[in-house]
Design a protein around this ligand. Structure first.
Ligand SMILES: [Zn+2]
Length: 274
């Protein structure tokens, strides 16, 4: 629930589609910090209260497609502002863009077609005619690093930047457990079997509304055979021989960095033992 009365400034996460309104300050970007969003000189289509961050209220705002950015401000994709915006504000922006996108794309009931109402007490929309409820949409996806001794499997999708390799990922299907999704994706994309599937960590991925659930798995058999519709090339690599990797923002990179740290440590340990 938004505060009933507010005199102090708040953070404003304003999006035009998936681009965030920011002020560029050399290598840093900053967000509007104002009592009312209209002070930037724009009228939003709607605003959503997000909660508070370190005692400061945060709002998400949707901008019309045709608005012009105020002087000194630009609209930037979230990937472009990562590392240039405070980390907590960045992940709040990742939450904000998903709420704005959900609101924009769930204006009408999917069953009977009438305009949905916002529920006052929770983040949900309700159809006034048939009662259908919509909650913000999340698409769970698994992401998995496959180990074989000192090697890890990395693959190239056709969608990747030139030369870049990453770990395998894919959406969870209805009726599937996360572990089953891991086994199926690996079988489909590279034709391998795995064992010892272990949870690694998770990360929201607002492009546009995924939740990435990370795992490690051990190679258990099979020869690499790529599904050419999804994967261009897949190969075993060692930590001394890695291709260009995804950026630090991604859980893919955290999985790979954890593998590198573990194997560097093992190498040093065996060197010390002589
Ligand atoms: Zn309805």
């Amino acid at each position: 629930m938004p505060p009933a009365e507010r005199r102090e400034p708040a953070w404003w996460f304003a999006f035009q589609r998936n681009k965030l309104l920011v002020r560029m300050e050399s290598s840093r970007v900053s967000l509007p910090w104002l009592v009312n969003f209209e002070e930037v000189g724009l009228i939003p289509i709607c605003q959503h209260y997000l909660g508070s961050l370190d005692g400061r209220h945060c709002f998400a705002v949707e901008l019309a497609e045709e608005v012009e950015t105020p002087p000194g401000m630009t609209l930037e994709g979230l990937r472009q502002v990562h590392g240039r915006l405070d980390e907590d504000l960045f992940w709040t922006a990742a939450r904000a863009v998903q709420i704005v996108e959900w609101d924009r794309t769930h204006q009408f009931c999917g069953r009977c077609g009438v305009r949905m109402n916002a529920r006052p007490t929770e983040r949900a929309k309700e159809c006034p005619r048939c009662g259908l409820l919509h909650f913000p949409r999340l698409a769970p996806a698994i992401i998995v690093l496959i180990e074989r001794g000192k090697q890890l499997l990395l693959a190239r999708s056709k969608r990747f930047a030139t030369g870049m390799y990453s770990v395998l990922a894919g959406f969870v299907e209805p009726g599937e457990s996360l572990e089953e999704a891991v086994e199926r994706e690996i079988r489909e994309e590279v034709g391998l079997n795995v064992r010892d599937i272990r949870y690694f960590g998770s990360q929201p991925w607002p492009f546009p509304h995924s939740l990435m659930i990370g795992f490690t798995a051990a190679y258990a058999g099979g020869e690499i055979s790529v599904d050419a519709s999804e994967i261009e090339h897949a190969e075993w690599f060692t930590v001394d021989n890695l291709p260009p990797l995804p950026g630090k923002i991604s859980i893919a990179r955290k999985l790979i960095d954890a593998f590198i740290a573990k194997h560097r440590h093992e190498e040093e340990f065996s060197r010390h033992r002589g």
